[in-house]
Design a protein around this ligand. Structure first.
Ligand SMILES: Cc1cc2nc3c(=O)[nH]c(=O)nc-3n(C[C@H](O)[C@H](O)[C@H](O)COP(=O)(O)O)c2cc1C
Length: 194
């Protein structure tokens, strides 16, 4: 599979400016801007309008609470995240409010809301970096999650800064764009397997 990092068609700059950075500066995010991030998520689409996203966050100023969330991360993420001023646990409510049945689209809808949050961060001059590298059991306990909720990702959010604390391979990633499949690999105008 040939992948490249050229932008092949004309898309909105906000989309191309979004990037999962690791070099954050230790600059606090104003509460009003934190509210804007979650407001963006609030306006996402969702199956049956169930809005199954839930967020638990900590700011770096909440030293102990921030450490509690940070401790849920795997070491490979802990190393660089500690400079991020905002850490968010992204949680899916797996059952429907309307009848208690399983919501098969909960992960889809949380992901969509997360992307809106990330784009809002980009539009405010910040970046949001999602992470799957966390300890699920630790996170469940630290966040005191109810049975029908699941942590699906964490996000580190903040303003871009210097990369002194990063490992060499991370520095390199910081200055390049991740590669992407060509559209021919994932867009089909005919039956999928033909
Ligand atoms: C669900 C999910 C889990 C991820 N987990 C990690 C992670 O644990 N650590 C990390 O450094 N990046 C993680 N990433 C970031 C991806 O590596 C990144 O989104 C991908 O390389 C594309 O780069 P871009 O977001 O800069 O476009 C994750 C992204 C997603 C959506």
């Amino acid at each position: 599979m040939e992948q490249n990092n050229t932008i092949a068609h004309n898309i909105d700059k906000l989309i191309t400016d979004r990037k999962s950075i690791r070099a954050f500066i230790e600059r606090a995010i104003e509460p009003a801007l934190i509210a804007e991030l979650f407001e963006a998520a609030r306006w996402s689409f969702s199956s049956s309008n169930e809005q199954p996203w839930r967020y638990v966050y900590a700011t770096a100023a909440q030293v102990e609470w921030y450490q509690t969330l940070l401790n849920c991360l795997m070491d490979m993420n802990k190393d660089w995240v500690q400079k991020a001023p905002l850490l968010i646990a992204c949680i899916a409510k797996k059952t429907m409010a309307k009848d208690g049945n399983l919501n098969p689209k909960a992960l889809h809808d949380l992901g969509a809301a997360n992307m809106l949050l990330a784009l809002q961060a980009t539009s405010l001059g910040m970046q949001a970096h999602p992470m799957g590298g966390y300890h699920n059991d630790k996170a469940r306990e630290a966040l005191q999650l109810p049975e029908d909720c699941e942590v699906v990702a964490f996000m580190a959010v903040g303003y871009p800064g210097n990369d002194d604390h990063l490992k060499d391979y991370q520095k390199e990633q910081e200055h390049t764009r991740s590669k992407r499949m060509d559209q021919t690999e994932f867009v089909f105008n005919k039956p999928f397997g033909s």
